[in-house]
Design a protein around this ligand. Structure first.
Ligand SMILES: [Zn+2]
Length: 315
């Protein structure tokens, strides 16, 4: 319970942010993770805190991270890994995700893998929504969910099946709080997963349950790129103008978050320092998925180069 008190030994780097609402034992938190490791990077402290007070927590991984080329290259020691290597690699990443969830106090029955294609979520939702145009992963060669441990093995790689499987998890978990990536995150899968959650909760008139997070925040964020667990987290450049709330983490929650991040061995070996820089004295969540229109007069956070700009009222 201590972690819900404001621990402001150091003033917040940006402004005095309001606290996130208290998590209650009756809460059921659903973390929407585009890839294995996102659940720990975004929300490891929250998950630990919620489990400590007896709240239920579930995680849904939209992809199993089966297009992470650096790790697949390392595993096979080839510049162009085979499709089978990516699929084997996904099995390893799913095991790492389960280990991280175990560190954070979750039981295996609360873990859901959808198995949709890494690097494919935005195309599924935009250009490959209907079954007549399934998406094929250039990494694994698959155009349907090939993982037997997934929620719906054999589901086609299109937006319609993705949405149906996601809603199936919502029906099963019945969350009171959903933590999803912001469409402002620079990673296209994160943006796609954020749009998916935003649309699904909106259709259920449950947008008040949604809080958004950012992991890929732009311009070298988080700074410094080092393990600094007593520093308060700064607002990501991509998240300027959004309505952020903070969840202070005590030492125990920060340590659990660090160990959960480290459980993703394949990722930690390649980018451990960046991953550790997400362990801070607090975690930030936004009530709004994207900044208001007024903020978009600035060069950041609303420019995506040739990518579309999403407006608050859109989608
Ligand atoms: Zn990710």
């Amino acid at each position: 319970m201590l972690m819900f008190l404001a621990l402001s030994a150091v003033g917040h780097a940006d402004e005095e942010l309001p606290l996130l609402r208290h998590i209650l034992p009756a809460d059921t938190v659903l973390v929407v993770a585009p890839h294995p490791d996102d659940e720990s990077l975004c929300c490891g402290g929250m998950i630990h805190a919620a489990r400590e007070i007896g709240a239920r927590v579930a995680i849904v991984w939209i992809t199993i991270g089966d297009a992470f080329r650096w790790s697949a290259m390392l595993a096979e020691r080839k510049l162009r890994p085979r499709a089978g290597t990516y699929r084997d690699f996904a099995t390893r990443r799913a095991a790492e995700a389960r280990a991280a969830a175990n560190v954070l106090g979750l039981d295996p029955g609360s873990l859901f893998f959808l198995g949709y294609p890494d690097r494919g979520l935005l195309p599924l939702l935009l250009d490959h929504y209907y079954p007549n145009t399934p998406w094929r992963s250039k990494f694994t060669g698959a155009d349907s969910v090939v993982y037997e441990s997934a929620v719906d093995p054999g589901a086609v790689y299109d937006g319609e099946d993705l949405q149906r499987d996601f809603e199936r998890v919502l029906d099963r978990v019945r969350p009171t709080l959903v933590l999803a990536p912001s469409p402002q995150d620079t990673h296209p899968d994160h943006r796609g997963a954020g749009l998916l959650a935003w649309r699904a909760l909106g259709a259920r008139q449950e947008l008040d349950k949604l809080r958004f997070w950012i992991v890929h925040g732009g311009r070298g964020w988080p700074r410094p790129r080092a393990y600094r667990p007593t520093l308060e987290q700064t607002i990501a450049p991509r998240g300027l103008g959004m309505r952020w709330e903070r969840l202070p983490l005590d030492a125990e929650a920060r340590e659990a978050k660090l160990q959960a991040i480290r459980a993703h061995h394949s990722q930690f070996a390649v980018m451990g320092r960046v991953m550790e820089s997400h362990v801070r004295a607090d975690e930030l969540y936004s009530r709004t998925p994207i900044p208001p229109r007024s903020t978009c007069a600035l060069p950041e956070p609303c420019e995506f180069g040739d990518q579309p700009v999403f407006e608050e009222a859109g989608f």
